[in-house]
Structures are given as C-alpha cells and as structure tokens.
Design a protein around this ligand. Structure first.
Ligand SMILES: Nc1ncnc2c1ncn2[C@@H]1O[C@H](COP(=O)(O)OP(=O)(O)OP(=O)(O)O)[C@@H](O)[C@H]1O
Ligand SMILES: [Mg+2]
Length: 457
C-alpha cells in the first residue's frame, strides 16, 4: 500500500486532483471525478532498442539515418491520403469513432492488405473473440496465411508478445479494454488509458512497430479518456458518418507526418468498407428535378473539391419569432447571410421561417458555400427553379460583396467533370481561372448580380 497514491481524475478531460470535487475546473463537467490508485513505482518497460530516451549524447541532425522508402501503402487510397501518403514505420495512430461506424472493419482491411504485401501483422482484440473476428474476416475477403490474431486485454502480455513477434504493424482494438496490473483502476479509466497509451508508444518507437489504436468516443465526440491521449500519439483519425447514410468519412484531426485537412470517403458494404473515389457524384445522386430552393455549391476538403446540394425552405412564420434551422452547416453563418440578403438585396425575411440543409448529411463550414446558401434561399423565397447544370461558389461579405475563395480553378474543373454547364463565381477569381471548354463562367461582384442572373434564367 505504501507505493500506492490515491488521486482523483475527471473521466471527461483527465484533470487530476488530490481531492474529490463536484465540478471539474478543467472542463466544467459535473460529477465526473473518480478515485483511482496510481502506482508510484514504475517498472521498466523492457523496451530498450532505440528507445526515445536512449541517448544522453545529442546527435547532429545530418548524422541521423533515415530509413529509405519511409512510408508503406495500405492499398486503401482514401486512408493513405488521410495519413499523408501511407503509414510511417514506428508511428502510433489513434482511430476514434462512434460505435458501429466501422473502425474494426477498416483496420482489418488494412491488416489484410498489409499481410498480402508480405508484412507481418498482429491484430490484438480485447472486444471480440477470435471466432467473431474470423466471421468479419470472411465477410471482407481472403487473407494471407501470415496474418496473426490475439485476444488479450492484459497490457503486459501484449508487450511480451510484441517483443517476441516483432510484427511490422499491430492493431489494438480497443485501448479502453487494455489494462495494466501496475495501475489499480478499472480498464477504460483515465489512468489506465493513459498508461496503456504510454506503454504502446514506447513499444512503437522502440521496436519500430506501427501501432493503430482504436479509441471509443464520448457523447461529445472526443476520444474517451483524457485529451492527453491525443497529445501522445502521432496521428489522430476520426471516423464519422451519418447513422442513416451508408457513407463514412475519415478525417485527420492531428497528423505529425501530413496535412490534416484531407478526408477519406468510404461506403459500408456487405464486403467491408469500399472507397468512394468521387464523393461529389455520390452526394449529388438523386437530386430533385425542377425544384425551387436547391442549388449545387462546392466546398474544398483538403485538396479535393466536393460538390453538394444546398436546400433551403423559406415560409411564412406563424409565431412572433421566426424559426431558423441549419443542418450540416453553421447556424450563425446562415443567420448572417439572411441578414445580408435582407439589408443589401431587400428581401423580406424578418417574418419568415427558414430551414437550410446540406443534402446527404455532409457537414460543411467553408465560407465558399455562402453564395450557394444565399441563392437557395432566394430561389425558395421567389419560387424560381435554378437550372440543374448550375453550380455556384463564393464567400459573401457583410456589405453584400462576393469575395475570393481559394482554388477556384479546381472547383470549376470538378464542375465540368460532373457535367455542369454554368458556374457562378467571384469576379476576383477571374485571373486565377482558366476557362475550360464547354462551360460558361459567370463572374459576379455582388450577391445582387448572382440573383439577377438566376432570375433571368
Ligand atoms: N453483413 C453486413 N453488411 C453490411 N454492413 C455490415 C454487415 N455486417 C456489419 N456491417 C456494418 O459494419 C458495422 C460494424 O462495423 P465494426 O464492427 O467495424 O464497427 P466498430 O466501429 O468497430 O464498432 P465498435 O465500436 O462496436 O467496435 C455495422 O454497424 C454495420 O454497419
Ligand atoms: Mg470494433
């Protein structure tokens, strides 16, 4: 008992306190403190080769050896893109996401591809039995004989197995089920999750094993356990998606080896997760014909333009305070745009309810969709149909001007690829866009110009 210290941890954010508190000073959550014993004696993890703190002697930057062909491809293009071009040996990747979104499926597919390429892969599951994993594996396809599975929740055993087998890639499904005997608290508690991640980090860096960790998310959508978990790992990926739609989006929120604004789009099928190479086509599928209040806009997700349909419904309010709803985009931004339309265009919206929706369940907050939102609202108010072949993008300023957006040329190209014939875009982008054949570009300076154009059509 001598070496055991009792501390209280907030289960939401990992705030540490010597005493129990009702409200967490860190995240302001109520009743989240739980008593956890913390061991003050630390056993050596036993991993020594190339350990992070292994050298007391500083090295010259130029003398540090780099392994050739640093990155390994997972053969899943969308995942490689989010990782920044493949997996980096010795990195620790955290994959978070809602229950049942497909985390285990995706990682099992990664295992299949990597083992088929001749890498040794170890899948450690603390949640499912070997039989259950086999069942999923059958659904996904054929596996290489070298693929190894282990059902284990004891971290010390996991470490020993890793040291013995030295796989190139290991999957831990999930971090909340792992426990270390050194830490007295229950699996999934803050100190256990932190300790487990720490040990896994040492294994990853020490033995050069790439480790993927599955993490459950809390109600708020953060990885359950403390935020420190996200600091410890190299890359944090979130798997998100609409419960009712079959597509899933993989997003990097932290990446030490690549950009964080790329997304990967997948569709859940019987045979596992399939890549969606052209998300715009997928999202625009099933658009209503000749309907007012709909327009196609374009948002950049990393280096990829994504076209979505924006829908608006404006109707007379029955109550004193009009009701406004925004699904898939920023509510305050929609209010701001409606105020601009009211003041600068003279549209009477003060006594109208307005509902704005990004079709397909995508979430978009890029200001480039402003013009699309405005046109959809105008189209609904005036009950005019915007032609199917028209796409619009541009940021709207408070004085009603249409401002420049980045990568206008790429957006126009994407519209052309998907068969659009007209694009409304900011005048200021004129110099940066080369006109592709067979598509009409309408440059507008103010929001009023764009409205005049669609009224004429
Ligand atoms: N036969 C099937 N056909 C189509 N989709 C399926 C089939 N079986 C399972 N699925 C999909 O796979 C999902 C489960 O995937 P998976 O177990 O990888 O999720 P997970 O994120 O690991 O969940 P958990 O958090 O529970 O571990 C289900 O929600 C379902 O959408
Ligand atoms: Mg799972």
């Amino acid at each position: 008992m001598k070496n055991k210290k009792i501390v209280f941890f907030c289960q939401e954010c990992g705030y540490e306190s010597a005493k129990w508190m009702g409200q967490c000073p860190g995240c302001k959550a109520w009743n989240t403190f739980v008593e956890e014993p913390v061991s003050t004696v630390r056993k050596s993890t036993g991993v020594t080769a190339g350990r992070l703190t292994g050298r007391a002697e500083p090295m010259l930057l130029k003398d540090i050896r780099l392994d050739e062909d640093e990155r390994k491809t997972t053969e899943i293009g969308e995942l490689d893109r989010v990782l920044g071009g493949g997996i980096v040996p010795g990195s620790l990747v955290l994959v978070g996401g809602d229950p049942g979104i497909g985390k285990s499926t995706l990682l099992l597919q990664v295992c299949r591809n990597l083992s088929q390429d001749g890498n040794s892969v170890l899948y450690i599951s603390g949640e499912e039995s070997l039989g259950q994993i086999r069942l999923r594996a059958n659904r996904i396809g054929t596996f290489n004989d070298k693929m190894q599975l282990l059902c284990e929740t004891n971290l010390d055993t996991v470490r020993q197995v890793m040291e013995r087998l030295k796989p190139e890639v290991a999957i831990i499904d999930s971090i909340q089920t792992m426990f270390s005997e050194e830490v007295g608290s229950a699996p999934g508690s803050v100190s256990q999750v932190r300790e487990s991640t720490n040990v896994l980090m040492q294994i990853a860096k020490g033995l050069g094993i790439t480790i993927f960790i599955v993490g459950h998310v809390t109600k708020e959508g953060n990885v359950a356990g403390p935020r420190v978990l996200e600091h410890m790992v190299d890359t944090v990926l979130y798997f998100e998606g609409d419960r009712h739609a079959s597509y899933r989006i993989l997003r990097a929120v932290k990446n030490r080896f690549g950009s964080t604004n790329e997304i990967g789009v997948f569709e859940m099928k019987e045979s596992g997760l399939q890549e969606v190479a052209n998300p715009s086509e997928y999202l625009l599928d099933g658009r209503p014909e000749n309907a007012s209040g709909c327009v196609v806009a374009c948002s950049m997700e990393g280096t990829r333009p994504i076209l979505v349909e924006i829908q608006a419904l404006v109707c007379q309010s029955n109550f004193g305070i009009p009701r406004r709803t925004a699904v898939g985009t920023d509510f305050n931004r929609v209010n701001l745009l409606m105020a601009v339309l009211e003041k600068k265009v003279g549209l009477h919206l003060a006594s109208s309810d307005a509902y704005v929706n990004i079709a397909g369940g995508m979430k978009m907050t890029e200001p480039a969709i402003d013009l699309g939102i405005c046109l959809a609202i105008v189209s609904s108010v005036k009950d005019i149909v915007i032609p199917d072949g028209l796409m619009a993008f541009g940021e709207i300023g408070l004085s009603g001007e249409v401002r420049a957006v980045s990568m206008a040329g790429q957006r126009v190209k994407e519209a052309k690829k998907l068969g659009f014939d007209t694009v409304i875009l900011p005048e200021v982008c004129k110099t940066s866009v080369e006109k592709p054949e067979g598509i009409q570009l309408v440059f507008v300076k103010r929001i009023q110009d764009a409205i005049t154009y669609i009224m004429k059509k």
